[in-house]
Design a protein around this ligand. Sequence first.
Ligand SMILES: Nc1ncnc2c1ncn2[C@@H]1O[C@H](COP(=O)(O)OP(=O)(O)OP(=O)(O)O)[C@@H](O)[C@H]1O
Ligand SMILES: [Mg+2]
Length: 459
Amino acid sequence: MNGLVPRTVAMLLGMALIAAGAGVMLGAHWGWGLFCSGVLALLVYHLRHLAMLGRWVSGPSTETVPESSGIWDDVFSKLYRRQRGEIRQRRRFARLLARSQQAGRALPYGVTILDAERQIVWCNDSAEAHFSISMEGDVGQAVTNLVRQPEFAAYINRGDYAEPLELTTARKEELILSIQMVPYVESHHLLLSRDVTQAHKLGIVRRDFVANVSHELRTPLTVLIGFLETVRDLKLDATRSRDYLNLMAEQGRRMQRIIEDLLTLSALESAPQPPGGERIDMAALLAQVRNEAEALSAGRHTISFEAEAGVDLAGNAGEIASAFSNLANNAVRYTPAGGSIRIQWRAVGEGAEFSVADNGIGIDAEHLPRLTERFYRVDRSRSRETGGTGLGLAIAKHALARHQATLAIASEPGKGSRFSVRFPKSRVRAAQPHSVAVDITSAGATFAQDLTPIHQYKT
Ligand SMILES: Nc1ncnc2c1ncn2[C@@H]1O[C@H](COP(=O)(O)OP(=O)(O)OP(=O)(O)O)[C@@H](O)[C@H]1O
Ligand SMILES: [Mg+2]
């Protein structure tokens, strides 16, 4: 028989039977005496266990069930099993709660829970960063007291949240947020915030880019049309006509160069990263860079060239050659005749460095951060005279970033410039044994060694 009551009744019946037997054999006194003692013992046993149960229920920790014996064993072991199940369930819920709180905190979007009075109930890490608030100190505060911008307060109090609000925060670094209120439980709201600074900047860059491309193409096109009309409307002799046609061809070539450079840039942006497996023969590549620079200089500069043997790169040879050539050609174009240029390739630490130094016109510090922007030229007319599109460094930066290289420049007006490209260990390979060391140094070149400031481009 299972259960406390039936087993107690069974025990009482057993005791009554034994007591009745004793009464018949030893007399009624003995029988009643025995029965009363049995009932008393049973009562004491039950009272002891009830007291244990009472203490356990009202005790501080209900995790461990008290030791029991006899017919109470069953009750206590059922309690124990139920208790274990509840503890397991509670722990699972606690884990789930902690995990969803962690997920909420780690979201890249800002989430702030506001009550009906627009007071902060909870917020995650991103919201803390977006609004400069803190979970510890600002819970219970009205959000409009903490973000004190009229347009924000107007949006929060408006009640119509169909459209998000774009808010330029009053913080130093000009953070632009997209903010939206979403109804949540019991007249609470979720205040969602998203950092759209980059997207905003990108929009401006795109608009500027379209304006720049149109402007850059319109200039040669206007000149071209002007010449065409002159040739059409005026009776020109054969020599003049040829001169005009040559000038027109030059403008046409300029437009072609711009378009080719733009296509190169867009191809670089959309192409996958160059694989690390393809070894570039640096001796050949550097010889090509040097030949191009010497041809462009046509003997007007002293060009020194030092290349450390045994250092090769892994990546795309075309992209590296185009980046290096642009740096070397820039040095030639922006260094007056009689100046010196030094091109170097060497191992540095565990990586490698390519650098081009010149003692040419140099660049004013204010221009340094913008040099790698598309179409950015310090002196537009001078660059145009030398055939520049202002896209060379933008292409170089992209190509180098794809090889995890960093570009740095040190320059001072009147003293010269030094452009250096650092490649990480992961891109450097020991050269093939048969490759020939190229090491030609021409004497007499002087360089300003202490060029400042140095600008390191983010790649
Ligand atoms: N070595 C240098 N000395 C002085 N100024 C330089 C030097 N290299 C680059 N610059 C400046 O940086 C600008 C941008 O260079 P970039 O190579 O992007 O364009 P570019 O040489 O004008 O045209 P492109 O390279 O597209 O033919 C140049 O117009 C020039 O003003
Ligand atoms: Mg250039």
